[in-house]
Design a protein around this ligand. Structure first.
Ligand SMILES: Nc1ncnc2c1ncn2[C@@H]1O[C@H](COP(=O)(O)OP(=O)(O)OP(=O)(O)O)[C@@H](O)[C@H]1O
Length: 491
C-alpha cells in the first residue's frame, strides 16, 4: 500500500511552547481549551472526525474527503504551534517490522533522490532511535533506486515517531499560528473600522487567546458597515470561529452632526475618538468586558500623538489595548497580507477623513475639557440606545433584516445566469455550459462596471456569506439590480 490509498488522515497537533512551560494547572487548563476549541471546529466540518487529547498533543483523524478543510482549520487555530500529518501503523515491535512498513509507504518518495531517516522514540524498546534510523535507512537504500543517504541537506527527510508499539510516519509538517487558545484570556471589545490597523489588531488579540468582539461606529453609509462586517466575519471565520462573538453597530451620524455643531474644528478628531471610547466603554460594561482595543499606532495620524491618545484615554476606566502602537505601517501591511485582510482594507470606504481638517497634534487638557462641556451627551446616549448587537455567525441574516437580502438561487438548471466566482486564490468554479467569470471580491467593484448590464449575475463564494455581503454592497452603493447569490444545494 502507498499513502495515496489511505482512506483517513491523521494529524498530530503540537502546542505553542509558551503553553508547555506553564505550571501544571495552567497548562492543563490551556490544553483542555485547545482540545475543546479543536473539537468545536472539527464538529462543524464533520461529526465523524475523531479527536484525542494527550498531555503534549492532540490527535485528529478525519476522512480523506475533508482533509484540506481540516488541515487549514488546524493551522489557523490559536494555540497550535505545529501540525504534523502522519501515517499511523499499530502493533509494530521489531526493527524488521518498522523497516518494511516504512518502506511500503515511503519507498516511492525517495526514488531518484537523496534521503535521510530521523526517528524519535518513547516507551520501552530494545533498541535506540539511532538503530531505527540506521535499519530503516539501510533497508530503504537497498530496496529503492535512490541517489543515496545524505545526513545533511537531504532532498527527502523521513521523520518517524515510535510511541510504544505505535509507529507514526510524519509526511508533512505545517507551521501553526502559535499563541494561546481562545477562551483562556478573557474578552475584549475591538473598535473596528475595517482598515488595515483595526483588522490586524483584532487578529493579534485573537491569536493571543482573547475572545475578540467587534464594535463599529457608523458615520454614514451602508457600504462602510457592510464592508466592516465582511472583514469582521472573515477574521472570525478564519481564526476565531471556535467561539461565538458579537458585532455591535452604533449609529454615529447624529453624533458627528453634534460634533460639528459644538466643537472647535481642531478638536473634532480627538472628540470623535473620545465619544467612540465612551460608547464602547458603556457597551463593554453591559457585556462585562474589561478591555477595549483600537488599531492606533503612535504618530500614524494626528489623533495618534501620545498627547492626543492620553486625551482620548481620559474618558474611560477600561483597560485600553493598542497592539500596534509601536509598529510601522509596512509591518502592519505585511501582516494584513499574510492573513488575507489586505484586499478588504484596500477597498474599505473611508469616512473618518471628514472631520480631520486642521487637527490639533498636541491638544491641551484644559482646552479639551472646555470643548467636552459644549457637547450634548443626550445625542451619545441615544446612539448607544440605538446600537444593534448581532452574533458574527448570524450577521448575514441580520444585515438582511436591515437592508434586504439578495435572492439566493440554489438551482440554475435551464436558466441563463452568468456566475461570478468571487473567491480569492482558488481555482475557478466549473459547471458545464454555464458562463463563469472569476473576479476576486477585491476587484468586483471595478470589474462589475465593465460587464453588460442586461445580464443577470449570480455571485459565488464558499459559504454564500461573502457573496451576499458583496452583492448587497454593489446593490446599495452602485444601485445594481441584476445581482443574486448562487448557493448550490449541498450534495
Ligand atoms: N468608525 C469606526 N468604528 C469603530 N472604530 C473606529 C472607527 N473609526 C476609527 N476607529 C478606531 O480608531 C482607530 C484609529 O482610527 P483612525 O481613523 O485614526 O485610523 P485608521 O488608520 O483609519 O484605522 P484603521 O486602519 O483601523 O481603519 C482604528 O484603528 C479603530 O480601532
Amino acid at each position: 500500500m502507498d499513502k495515496t490509498q489511505l482512506k483517513t488522515q491523521k494529524f498530530i497537533v503540537k502546542f505553542f511552547p509558551e503553553v508547555m512551560i506553564k505550571g501544571t494547572k495552567a497548562k492543563r487548563q490551556m490544553i483542555n481549551q485547545i482540545y475543546n476549541n479543536i473539537k468545536s471546529l472539527m464538529d462543524k466540518i464533520s461529526e465523524d472526525i475523531t479527536i484525542k487529547k494527550f498531555f503534549d498533543k492532540v490527535e485528529v483523524v478525519c476522512a480523506i474527503e475533508v482533509v484540506d478543510e481540516v488541515r487549514q482549520k488546524l493551522i489557523q487555530t490559536p494555540g497550535v504551534e505545529l501540525v504534523l500529518e502522519a501515517i499511523q501503523i499499530d502493533n509494530v515491535s521489531t526493527l524488521d517490522e518498522i523497516k518494511v512498513k516504512v518502506n511500503e509507504f515511503m519507498g516511492g518518495e525517495i526514488e531518484g533522490k537523496t534521503f535521510v531517516v530521523r526517528a524519535k522514540r518513547s516507551g520501552t524498546h530494545e533498541f535506540k532511535s539511532t538503530n531505527i534510523e540506521q535499519t530503516v535507512g539501510g533497508y530503504m537504500l537497498a530496496n529503492n533506486d535512490t541517489k543515496g543517504v545524505k545526513l545533511k541537506d537531504a532532498e527527502v527527510t523521513i521523520n518517524l515517531e515510535l510511541i510504544e508499539k505505535q509507529l507514526n510516519i510524519i509526511t508533512y509538517r505545517h507551521k501553526g499560528l502559535g499563541g494561546f487558545p481562545i477562551g483562556t484570556q478573557g474578552s475584549i471589545l475591538s473598535l473596528m473600522s475595517g482598515g488595515f490597523d483595526s483588522t490586524v489588531a483584532s487578529y493579534l488579540t485573537m491569536k493571543r487567546g482573547v475572545k475578540t468582539h467587534f464594535i463599529f461606529f457608523n458615520l454614514g453609509g451602508v457600504a462602510h458597515e457592510i464592508g466592516v462586517k465582511q472583514v469582521a466575519y472573515y477574521l472570525w471565520n478564519k481564526f476565531g470561529s471556535s467561539h461565538r462573538v458579537s458585532f455591535i453597530s452604533v449609529p454615529f451620524e447624529d453624533v458627528v452632526t453634534e460634533i460639528f455643531r459644538s466643537t472647535n474644528e481642531s478638536y473634532m478628531g480627538v472628540t470623535l475618538k473620545r465619544l467612540m471610547f465612551m460608547a464602547a466603554s458603556k457597551i463593554a460594561d453591559n457585556m462585562k468586558i474589561d478591555a477595549i482595543m483600537t488599531g492606533e499606532s503612535i504618530a500614524q495620524v494626528s489623533s495618534q500623538t501620545l498627547r492626543n491618545l492620553a486625551l482620548i484615554d481620559q474618558v474611560t476606566k477600561k483597560l485600553v489595548l493598542r497592539p500596534l502602537c509601536t509598529m510601522n505601517k509596512p509591518e502592519i501591511i505585511d501582516i494584513a497580507e499574510n492573513i488575507g485582510t489586505r484586499r478588504f482594507a484596500e477597498t474599505m470606504p473611508e469616512y473618518c477623513g471628514v472631520i480631520s481638517k486642521n487637527p490639533v497634534t498636541h491638544g491641551s487638557f484644559d482646552k479639551m475639557e472646555q470643548e467636552a462641556k459644549k457637547f450634548d451627551y443626550s445625542v451619545l446616549d441615544k446612539a448607544i440606545e440605538n446600537s444593534k448587537e448581532t452574533y458574527v455567525d448570524k450577521m448575514v441574516d441580520n444585515i438582511n433584516d436591515e437592508v434586504g437580502q439578495l435572492e439566493v438561487v440554489n438551482d440554475i438548471a435551464g436558466k441563463n445566469y452568468t456566475i461570478i466566482d468571487i473567491r480569492q486564490g482558488q481555482n475557478c468554479l466549473e459547471i458545464a455550459d454555464v458562463e463563469i467569470l472569476k473576479i476576486p471580491f477585491y476587484n468586483l467593484k471595478k470589474e462589475f462596471k465593465k460587464l453588460p448590464l442586461e445580464k443577470e449575475y449570480l455571485l459565488y463564494c464558499d459559504k454564500g456569506i461573502l457573496s451576499q455581503l458583496h452583492g448587497q454592497y454593489l446593490r446599495d452603493s452602485e444601485n445594481y439590480t441584476n445581482i443574486k447569490v448562487y448557493r448550490p444545494k449541498e450534495k
